[in-house]
Design a protein around this ligand. Sequence first.
Ligand SMILES: Nc1nc2c(ncn2[C@@H]2O[C@H](COP(=O)(O)OP(=O)(O)OP(=O)(O)O)[C@@H](O)[C@H]2O)c(=O)[nH]1
Length: 641
Amino acid sequence: MSSLYRASKTVRSRRIPFNLFSDYYIPRKFDSTPYLNSYLCWTQCAFFGSHFREDPSIDLSQYPPDKIRNFSIIAHVDHGKSTLADRLLELTGTIRKGHGQPQYLDKLQVERERGITVKAQTATMFHQHNFLGTDTKFLLNLIDTPGHVDFNYEVSRSLAACQGVLLVVDAAQGVQAQTVANFYLAFEANLTIIPIINKIDQPTADPDRVKEQLKSIFDLDPNEALLTSAKTGQGLELVLPAVIERIPPPPGDSSSPLRMLLLDSYYDEYKGVICHVAVVDGALRKGEKISSAATGQSYEVLDVGIMHPELTQTGVLLTGQVGYVVSGMRSTKEARVGDTLYHTRSTVKPLPGFKPVKHMVFAGLYPADGSDFEALSHAIERLTCNDASVSVTKESSTALGLGSDVVSWACSIWMFSINGLNSKVHIQNPAMLPSNPKQRVTACWEPTVIATIIIPSEYVGSIITLCSERRGEQLEYSFIDSQRALMKYRLPLREIVVDFYNELKSITSGYASFDYEEADYQASDLVKLDILLNGQPVDAMATIVHRLKAQRVGRELVEKLKKFIDRQMFEITIQAAIGSKVIARETISAMRKNVLAKCYGGDVTRKRKLLEKQKEGKKRMKRVGSVDIPQEAFHELLKGS
Ligand SMILES: Nc1nc2c(ncn2[C@@H]2O[C@H](COP(=O)(O)OP(=O)(O)OP(=O)(O)O)[C@@H](O)[C@H]2O)c(=O)[nH]1
């Protein structure tokens, strides 16, 4: 999910899977596929299973903004955010110690299975602290954030509701690429940053080195860093006091009309759409009418409360508080993240920063077995119900075949300027390119990303080679300490969605850390690569590639195809071509029937006649014969094996 995760997803169902015929479409190597698959699994598992409860002991009017702290935990993947969040929930009695479910805030089954956080969750805690000489009970909203490379989009949403963050860094691994990316997200949002050096119980922990890094990379005061072990509990008692004392209270105005920031939403089978919100100004009560600044739609507030950590009805949410609202929205599509919700009859200025969802990750999906179409369709419907950032476009396909799985592959979006058309067109399928020769492509652009890579210095050379092979442009190269380098590259998005991360990990023996954020489109020399079987272009196999890569991609495609197409009674030529220029070619020779099998001994002229006849027949067959491409050839090509 900056990363691809910030990326919204577009899931395309039932589309011709052959428009990205290169190594780019290979789902196993497509780094974002696990994410997509996670979501698909998610649709099959009961998400949330929300329990609504009432807790009469909670009186939110006791918590004006000065007794509220909204904070988030940010970190590189696996540095211990979720474990730390769990410990804080335990410490405040929000969950029972040893509740038997590690990473409480990771509610999705897929999150537990994969050990990474996908959907950010919020939990409200209450904590007594001696503040400025008075024992005061504070309301703390902890927003757990995903740390995986794909999920930075979620991180930025979470940060919009916070005034401070805990920046967790693994004491052994030190600052990693996502630590850098997350730090800058928090820094740019003007949030108070509390550095936490976690996992100090590890034998390889080196907190002093991490402190140096915090100083040299982020200019953070090393003395302000807290040393913790979320595993053993060491140092955790200092975390909440630091949150209360260092992070400012939310700045809203309780006497102003209601303005609520919509943070997230999901679909509950019983209650409908449940929105997570942060009340910036004013107050919200059950029964009131609210409107959305983004869509203009109005709703009645059916239920309102806090996540403590289960949904707990309070009937009210006051300035600075974070909670949930049920308002009869029919689909999460109506709940636009970053939207401002306000009282229907009031006039307010929408909160800044709202951006409509911008799709960044595209995937084509189709059921390998056509009879599974309904099931897949249903699963995708549930997926889109639960996540407003996923949108679906249905396409019909003439090339669906047999099998048992869902086949998915990465798509890309290019921009083309075409002679005869006034505006630039976005193209994600080569078939969308005009066939009319008068509508010539005059320029092309492709999306790029800015990648941040942190590696032990001995791997710098290999990274430079990898990034230049992937058409990267080096933007920065510096050392974050005596052993590790930080490199920034601008890379075409298409070059990193497939296999880049795996390769990076493999050439650095797993020591590289990587993050990226979306950047502009850049002019690129793109060409349409056609695949021809016996001289006939197979439209579904055409793809768009960079001219420099066309030769290699074309060669690989024809070689792969050769493996999967059975020999037939006539010769088959497989060609890759750009326009009329053939750049790669393979031939599958014809099967030879032994026409002489029944001629024992006998007349030579008769044998010659039979062979001549066979030759003639083959010529005719080659002319009229259409090549059967087995479905598994497409599947195997898609899977990249
Ligand atoms: N030794 C040690 N291990 C820890 C500590 N904190 C967390 N871990 C372990 O580190 C691993 C990752 O912890 P998580 O809390 O899931 O990490 P995360 O940062 O939330 O990861 P994402 O959810 O993917 O963002 C788990 O195996 C934890 O048990 C610690 O203080 N010491």
